[in-house]
Design a protein around this ligand. Structure first.
Ligand code: PLP
Length: 228
C-alpha cells in the first residue's frame, strides 16, 4: 500500500477503536480528508485508496485542485472548511459540494443565491465558536439557533449541521469538554425541531475526544497526508 493509503487505514483504525470504546457505530462517523497545502497527486493517491471526501481551507487552492482533478469530479466530494469572505462565495457555490464555515446569514444568502440551479443544494454546516475567543470565527453558541432557522429556510442550501474547531487542549478530558459544548449546541438545535445529521468535529489531535462527544464527521489532515 502507498504511504497515504497506509495512513488512511491507520486513521480508520483510530476511528473504529474510538467508536468501540465509546459505544458508537463506526458507520456514523465519516472521514473527511483535509488536503490543504498538498497537491492534486496526494488527493489522487487517497482516492486510489478509496477516499472520496476532501476538505480545503483556501478557496483558490481548492479551486485549482478541483480543476486539476476534473477527471475524478463525479467521484469526489469537495468540502470548503476555511473561513469564507463574501467576495469569494460565487466560485464556492459553483464548485464545492459542502461548506462548513458559515457563521453569518449574509454568507449563506449569497451562497444560496449563487448556487447554480442545475446542481443539488449546497450542503452546509454552521461554524460554532465553542471557546468564546472573541477573534475566532464561528457564531456564539447562543446565536446558533436563530442562524440555523434562517439558513434552513434558504432554497439552494441544505443545512446539515454544525462545525467546530476547539482550541488545542492538553489531554483527552479537556478536549472532550470542549467537544461536548459543540454537541450541546447541536442537540439544542435538533430539539428545537431543525433536522441536522452532521456534527463536523475532530482533527488529527482530538479525533478520539470528538468521537466520544458524538462527532459524525472528523476532518483529518496531518495524520493522513503528513506535516504541513
Ligand atoms: C487544517 C484543518 C483540519 C485538519 O487538521 P489536522 O490537525 O491536520 O488534522 C481540520 N479542520 C480545519 C477547519 C482545518 O483548517
Amino acid at each position: 500500500m502507498t504511504m497515504i493509503g497506509d495512513d488512511l487505514q491507520q486513521v480508520k483504525n483510530r476511528i473504529a477503536k474510538a467508536c468501540a470504546e465509546h459505544g458508537r457505530n463506526p458507520a456514523e462517523v465519516r472521514l473527511l480528508a483535509v488536503s490543504k497545502t498538498f497537491g492534486p497527486e496526494a488527493v489522487r493517491e487517497a482516492h486510489a485508496a478509496g477516499q472520496r471526501a476532501f476538505g480545503e481551507n483556501y478557496v483558490q487552492e481548492g479551486l485549482d485542485k478541483i480543476a486539476a482533478l476534473s477527471d475524478l469530479r463525479a467521484e469526489l466530494e469537495w468540502h470548503c472548511i476555511g473561513p469564507l469572505q463574501s467576495n469569494k462565495t460565487r466560485p464556492v457555490a459553483e464548485q464545492f459540494d459542502w461548506v462548513h464555515g458559515i457563521d453569518r446569514l449574509k454568507i449563506a444568502e449569497r451562497l444560496s443565491a449563487q448556487r447554480p440551479a442545475h446542481l443539488p443544494p449546497l450542503q452546509v454546516c454552521l461554524q460554532v465558536n465553542v471557546d468564546g475567543g472573541a477573534n475566532k470565527s464561528g457564531v456564539p453558541p447562543e446565536e446558533a439557533l436563530p442562524l440555523a432557522r434562517a439558513v434552513a429556510a434558504l432554497p439552494h442550501l441544505r443545512l446539515r449541521g454544525l462545525m467546530a474547531i476547539p482550541e488545542p487542549a492538553p489531554d483527552f478530558a479537556a478536549q472532550r469538554e470542549l467537544c461536548l459544548r459543540a454537541r450541546a449546541v447541536y442537540d439544542a438545535i435538533r430539539a428545537a425541531g431543525i433536522e441536522l445529521d452532521t456534527l463536523s468535529l475532530g482533527m488529527s489531535a482530538d479525533l478520539e475526544a470528538a468521537v466520544s462527544a458524538g462527532s459524525t464527521m472528523v476532518r483529518i489532515g496531518t495524520a493522513i497526508f503528513g506535516r504541513r
